[in-house]
Design a protein around this ligand. Sequence first.
Ligand code: ADE
Length: 230
Amino acid sequence: YSKIGIIGAMVEEIELLHKHVETTGTFVKAGITYVQGTLHGREVVFCKSGVGKVNAAVCTQLLIDAGVDCVLFTGVAGAVDPSLNIGDIVVSTTCLQHDMDCTPLGFAQGQIPFQEVSEFIADPQLVEVATNACERLFPGRSKKGKVLSGDQFIASREAVHKLYEDLGGACTEMEGAALAQVCVMNGIPFVVIRAMSDNADGSAHVNFAEFTVEAAIHSHQIIEDMIQQL
Ligand code: ADE
């Protein structure tokens, strides 16, 4: 890859990139600041998307328009797979919008009507590189799986159980599948990396605040490791 795009979900994570990337320039589009520079000798562009699918979609398209040839996304998520613990990491194999619901018309939950693909496949090589980075840095604490995205903070046992049973998700967050869809529409490889901040079961808001800083550091370490392998 000649230019790597990195989208962070949180201020804390972007601050770490600000510290480590040798900046060569910035530009602002749609209210989002894009920072260009080098990280471990690789050309990168990074930005903070803001929360939710619309922010993520606009941010990703503008990043692609800036000429990146792959997109890495890091942040925190709620664990959906009950075998995951707080602090564990999910590397996306696929991403699905769990709040896309046209079931009254006979479409499956998550299915985008009149469209061939609704579950977007992450780039296998990026998945491999991310998984290797996770295993080096946090042995036995990462899992490959389906990332479920929706404009909802999931915070009940019933809701999280449904996401696991009906959709087979590994974790749930609010941006990944929007980014994934935009990347697929543009033919750009992507991977989503998420550290678990909560169990999406109602204790979420407590754990979420607690784990944010640690997750930001985890995510940043994975990105740094990945950059050196790509
Ligand atoms: N991001 C982190 N935890 C989340 C949750 N429980 N639901 C949605 N997005 C999240």
